[in-house]
Design a protein around this ligand. Structure first.
Ligand code: SAH
Length: 249
């Protein structure tokens, strides 16, 4: 609907470099170009009444058909994803899953949404970027594209850097510091300056567990924790409940 919205975020920085290096390409389609009437009408009143307008099925089906026709390898499975607040909740895991496909088609809704037949007979997947409602699917599509593209091999400078990210392993990342070692009287944790890699790795792992426990305890339930991690969770939980009961008494 509004292809211009995509210009700015994808014309700079990491994404632009990825496009220039041929690691990814982004093709924008305006469903208005798939209408056959003089005024290029893409929406209409909802059957049964009610407020707002609904995107008509024909231009959406026709645009996706023409995209499909342009993809040479017909054998590959092509996800056709509708952005909708009713879809499955987007996550790093879904980003990883989508990053394995050679092509993705993302459909951005507008107004009140899209004729239900698009969902029933055209899309293979529906994604929501969160439990709130936006005016159009462009920002959600950009969120999905950004999260997927940074996982593609070669897109981030150091290959390993996306593996450490929050959520990559199902947990939150450890805190990061850079120079200066002391800023405004606040020092970087001693261990990070020690040059002792084993100690640093241990400290980071503890921070990962501690942060996740404090901020998103439900993530720990799903995570793949080693024995040491589990012991740490137990120690921290006991410490926390002692702290709470000391405060109450
Ligand atoms: N009436 C619809 C919402 C329409 S919002 C409903 O209640 O389900 C208009 C369009 O914005 C949607 O078609 C969708 O493409 C996009 N959109 C809005 N919020 C979104 C979200 N949280 N995630 C993904 N897409 C969203």
């Amino acid at each position: 609907m509004l292809p211009q919205m995509f210009e700015v975020p994808f014309s700079f920085g990491i994404f632009k470099r990825a496009v220039d290096q041929g690691l990814v390409s982004l093709n924008l389609y305006n469903i208005r170009d798939y209408t056959h009437d003089k005024h290029h009408i893409v929406d209409d009143y909802p059957y049964g009444g009610g407020s707002g307008m609904v995107l008509k099925p024909e231009p959406v089906f026709e645009s996706v058909a023409s995209i499909k026709a342009g993809i040479e390898d017909e054998a590959v499975e092509l996800p056709v994803i509708l952005l909708t607040p009713q879809g499955r909740l987007f996550s790093q895991q879904i980003a990883q899953e989508l990053s394995l496909y050679p092509h993705l088609v993302l459909i951005c809704g507008h107004y009140e949404g899209v004729d239900e037949r698009v969902r029933e007979h055209l899309t293979t997947d529906e994604i929501s970027i969160g439990d709130y409602v936006l005016t159009g699917g462009e920002l959600p599509a950009m969120v999905v594209i950004d999260a997927v593209v940074r996982l593609l091999p070669g897109v981030l400078g150091a290959e390993a850097s996306s593996l450490d990210d929050s959520h990559a392993s199902g947990l939150l990342e450890y805190p990061q510091y850079t120079r200066p070692a002391v800023y405004s009287g606040w020092s970087v944790p001693e261990v990070l300056l020690s040059g002792n890699h084993a100690q640093i790795a241990k400290w980071r792992r503890e921070q990962i567990i501690q942060r996740t426990l404090q901020r998103r305890p439900e993530l720990l339930d799903k995570a793949n924790l080693g024995i040491e991690d589990k012991q740490l969770v137990e120690r921290l939980t006991t410490r926390q409940s002692q702290f709470n009961s000391d405060r109450e008494s």
